[in-house]
Design a protein. Structure first.
Length: 290
């Protein structure tokens, strides 16, 4: 459970995790209490800065509940429709903070309104700039990658990974390059025993023009098969978004490994826990363009 929570935390920047867990709290705790248990006489909802009370407030609570539920789901799955929807809703909150302080008898006036507006504008702007972090898991029926490329997909990968690769190939990475907030590439290795090509998606980082990948296998005791393949045959093919090229794979050691490991741990923090789970040193691989 702790591992899964840490992996989930690594899918988003810290501030987005805060919004995600806030939406979860509102969806599963606060709004059900507000709707089903709070007395009507105590109900109070605010829309665009205007206060609703009593049955008028109670009538709008299902909509508020649906909004928070959509936010929780959208942040959880990092759906593309979260942009610009989340930023637009955050803009409504900014307006509400300013208007409420100006017109409500309990408000603090223009200074308090502007102060609150500026504070809530910070996540609004962050959400507006987060377009690339939201990645849809849905598919488009008319997408069809080249048959020769699809044949190289590893059949041992889970369905979601194969679907990820199909979308990546079909759109030149427009759908798939950014996966759950992190960049991914497609790596094609040659089987050390079969001699057949195998493709898979991997999270990557960058250093001085090289691409960095990590052979973590989630902290399992043995190296992933693709790593054994590139050790035996370091010539690989790589696709980064729409950029396709041949490369040479090199396992790094010593100080450079530590430097690149630190880079990758920032990109995907669960790597740290993966290393703690296994006695093997997780390989860090550099892909250098030929």
């Amino acid at each position: 459970m702790i591992t899964k929570l840490r992996e989930d935390w690594g899918l988003r920047p810290w501030w987005m995790n805060g919004l995600f867990y806030f939406c979860c709290y509102m969806t599963f705790i606060y709004m059900p209490f507000d709707l089903f248990f709070k007395p009507v006489a105590e109900d109070h909802e605010i829309w665009f800065g205007f206060s609703l009370t009593g049955w008028w407030a109670k009538a709008t609570e299902p909509l508020h509940w649906a909004i928070y539920a959509a936010g929780a789901y959208g942040f959880w799955r990092m759906r593309t429709w979260m942009w610009p929807w989340a930023a637009v809703y955050a803009a409504q909150v900014v307006i509400a903070m300013v208007v409420w302080n100006l017109i409500n008898v309990r408000g603090g006036g223009i200074v308090a309104g502007l102060t609150a507006g500026v504070i809530f504008a910070v996540p609004m702007v962050a959400l507006w700039r987060a377009k690339d972090r939201f990645n849809s898991a849905t598919t488009t029926q008319e997408r069809s990658p080249a048959i020769t490329e699809e044949k190289t997909m590893s059949s041992t990968l889970p369905d979601w990974a194969q679907e990820h690769m199909r979308n990546y190939l079909a759109t030149d990475g427009a759908d798939g390059h950014i996966w759950r907030g992190v960049p991914t590439l497609l790596l094609t290795t040659t089987g050390s025993k079969s001699g057949e090509e195998r493709m898979l998606p991997l999270i990557y980082g960058e250093d001085d023009g090289d691409y960095i990948i990590v052979a973590s296998k989630g902290g399992f005791p043995e190296h992933p098969a693709w790593y054994s393949n590139l050790v035996a045959q370091p010539k690989v093919r790589v696709q980064v978004a729409a950029d396709k090229f041949s490369a040479t794979a090199t396992t790094v050691e010593g100080e450079r490994r530590q430097k690149l490991w630190d880079i990758m741990a920032e990109v995907w923090p669960p790597y740290i826990e993966y290393q703690q789970k296994t006695d093997r040193q997780i390989p860090v691989v550099v892909l250098t363009r030929d």
